[in-house]
Design a protein around this ligand. Structure first.
Ligand SMILES: *Cc1c(COP(=O)(O)O)cnc(C)c1O
Length: 352
């Protein structure tokens, strides 16, 4: 594999408490180009700007997808990754939806491991920190006609990250969005494509202006059923049952969502994947059965929800504090990721 090392390594962060999310990038990246119907060899090169013609179709039609995963440095010094095969499998499903070529996951994974070994000194070790892995694929043909590109660029950049939320594990406030829509069945909601994010920004900003952290999206047809929040899947504890919206096609199939479901089922919790109407949430809240709410996603892992704003009223969940099941899942999943807990599900791979 061709590796071109930087001649100007950057100064590394000194204070892991100020890392935030996605602000710093390591010295190198992985790049692989697709043309004439085939992927070339992956290469490692210095992290640097891309140069592309203004007519590059990505810049006009948004044919682009990405993934998010994390690498960790364990207490005994190993480099590990969490469920990375699931990320590449999902990326290939997103690629197919967006008429983009699939990648050979084994080739890309071993190239990623090479990159991780090279950048290992960038992996932070403080609790809650990790090296975020961002695989991305973009349409790279100079062409204004509207059809799938003939050239693509795949790349992976790495970013040392702290806790996703500035206020750590503080429960977040979310606002139910009843007018704008993130995704409809038959659309691209279950693909991790760039446009989904662009179209969700306005709902997020609207929530921020009203004093909430994020928007909670409802289904596109009836604006009634819970879908997801920002970049997280949504869970509720109603009475003694953990419920999460079923993957109906407009919801991103989160890997953390799946991890949470597997942990809950293994530990004997009652779990349901189904439609959840806002009327059901409000009724459960009113009769004291809405015990907990939380979001799941690679960046935040498990994020407790303390307040749900709906039609001008705030539902304060569990007194605005993190609930028991939320805390159990956070400890269990971050425990497996950091090797504090046994890897009962075979989710952790060592980068040797
Ligand atoms: C990435 C993402 C998630 C979370 O998926 P994970 O695999 O758990 O990180 C949830 N919703 C959306 C819209 C996403 O893009």
């Amino acid at each position: 594999m061709k590796i071109t090392k930087t001649t100007a390594p950057k100064a590394k962060y000194t204070d892991t408490s100020k890392l935030g999310f996605g602000k710093y990038f390591t010295d190198h990246m992985l790049v692989m180009e697709y043309e004439n119907g085939a992927w070339g060899e992956p290469e490692i090169c210095p992290y640097a700007p891309f140069s592309m013609p203004p007519a590059t179709n990505l810049l006009h039609y948004g044919q682009g997808i990405f993934e998010g995963a994390k690498a960790y440095r364990t207490e005994d010094g190993k480099i590990t990754v969490f469920r990375i095969d699931d990320n590449f499998a999902r990326m290939n499903r997103s690629a197919t939806r967006m008429c983009m070529p699939t990648i050979d996951a084994d080739v890309v994974k071993s190239a990623l491991f090479e990159l991780l070994r090279l950048e290992q000194d960038w992996i932070p070790t403080a609790p809650g920190t990790a090296l975020y892995i961002r695989p991305t694929m973009i349409a790279d043909e100079e062409m204004l006609g509207v059809h799938a590109s003939k050239r693509y660029k795949f790349f992976i950049i790495l970013s040392p990250v702290g806790s996703y939320y500035a206020n750590g594990l503080e429960p977040t406030k979310i606002l139910v969005e009843e007018h704008l829509v993130r995704a409809a069945i038959g659309g691209t909601g279950e693909a991790k494509c760039m446009g989904n994010y662009a179209c969700s920004l306005m709902g997020g900003e609207y929530a921020n202006r009203k004093g909430y952290d994020q928007a909670l999206w409802l289904d596109a047809a009836e604006h009634k059923y819970v879908e997801e929040v920002g970049s997280m899947n949504m869970f509720f504890v109603i009475s003694d049952t953990v419920v999460t919206p079923a993957l109906v096609g407009s919801i991103l199939p989160g890997i953390t969502r799946d991890s949470a479901l597997q942990v809950l089922r293994k530990y004997g919790y009652r779990v349901e994947e189904r439609r959840i109407g806002m009327d059901e949430i409000v009724a459960a809240y009113d009769n004291g059965q809405l015990k907990e709410a939380f979001g799941t996603g690679t960046a935040a892992v498990i994020s407790p929800v303390g307040v749900i704003g709906f039609r001008g009223k705030d539902m304060v969940i569990n007194g605005g504090k993190m609930g028991e099941i939320t805390a159990f899942l956070y400890d269990k999943i971050t425990g497996i990721q950091s090797e504090r807990c046994a890897d009962e599900f075979g989710w952790v791979t060592e980068v040797k």
